[in-house]
Design a protein around this ligand. Structure first.
Ligand SMILES: [Zn+2]
Length: 302
């Protein structure tokens, strides 16, 4: 008897086949793409053909209501207003739970990762967008926690949510990539111009990180600024919630040098001393698995 844990992010989607005692039997990862719902249905069907699956837990990047419908997903527009839970229930006829992706990762970290035994922690998913979850007193606090859309620049860049100056316009993978491209367009020098046969529009945030580690000054500067913006956002969270721990996860959290280091220093510098001295800021050790495990945990304990 197995469960499926699904984590739909702005860039990648993961499907985990999970045993009753929360062992990950298989984990597959594919680019989210414009047609993610149909790709998912195909993948799930093929897993249903091979295994006895008794429920599906889903995390999705965006606002999700209690019926499991995506209300708004700025980074996966094809899922806007899609009733994922009822579509899957009709197709597969098993219990389904759909929640926000950062929330399922928060549950995953609380029970299987860096959140174990922590009284109050905040999780931040750093990827195409930036999401958040708050856990306290052994439960997930049901705030929206759309931390990526906190305003950190009151006359800043226009965000896909309609607001301007949102944190994710400065500190996300999308922002890092777009900022480097803009600077190259403005004539600044970067080794990125030599990638993809000169088509620097194809670069990813991973490329920017690799270039920065290889000594590309413009990439370093872009990552450092993104880290500072993230640090400002984290400082706001520390001042408001006074967490014991902040867990950083998502693909971009792998960029430890420059980006994460800058963010931690900046957050500690900006937050109130009495609060920043006691908070521990760490990288997740379960970047690919906390979401799928948390989605199944939430399904089984709803
Ligand atoms: Zn926004």
């Amino acid at each position: 008897m197995y469960y499926l844990g699904i984590d739909i992010g702005g860039t990648n989607t993961k499907i985990g086949l999970i045993s009753e005692d929360y062992k990950i039997i298989t984990l597959c990862k594919f680019p989210t793409g414009n047609n993610v719902l149909n790709s998912l249905i195909e993948e799930i069907q093929s897993l249903f053909n091979q295994h006895y699956i008794t429920g599906i837990g889903v995390g999705v990047a965006g606002l999700v209501n209690s019926e499991g419908t995506v209300i708004e997903s700025p980074n996966i527009p094809s899922l806007n207003k899609v009733p994922i839970a009822s579509i899957f229930r009709e197709k597969f006829n098993v219990p389904i739970k759909v929640e926000n992706d950062a929330k399922v990762s928060t549950i995953g970290e609380a029970h299987f990762g860096e959140g174990l035994g922590i009284r109050r922690f905040i999780l931040l998913t750093l990827g195409t967008g930036i999401g958040g979850g708050l856990y306290e007193g052994q439960r997930l606090i049901k705030f929206p926690m759309e931390v990526g859309h906190m305003s950190i620049e009151y006359q800043g860049k226009l965000c896909s949510c309609g607001n301007s100056g949102c944190l994710e316009m400065y500190a996300s993978a999308k922002a890092i990539k777009e900022t480097l491209i803009e600077k190259i367009e403005d004539g600044e020098h970067s080794q990125a111009k030599q990638l993809y046969e000169g088509n620097f529009y194809k670069i990813s945030s991973e490329d920017v990180y690799k270039l920065a580690l290889d000594g590309d000054n413009l990439s370093r500067q872009v990552l450092k600024n993104a880290g500072k913006a993230l640090g400002a956002g984290i400082a706001n969270l520390i001042n408001i919630f006074a967490p014991d721990k902040i867990i950083l996860t998502g693909g971009l959290s792998r960029a430890k040098n420059i980006y994460i280091e800058t963010a931690i220093n900046e957050a500690k510098k900006r937050a109130l001393k009495g609060l920043s001295e006691t908070v521990e800021i760490v990288q997740s050790q379960r970047i690919d698995s906390a979401g799928v495990l948390g989605a199944v945990f939430l399904l089984r304990n709803q």
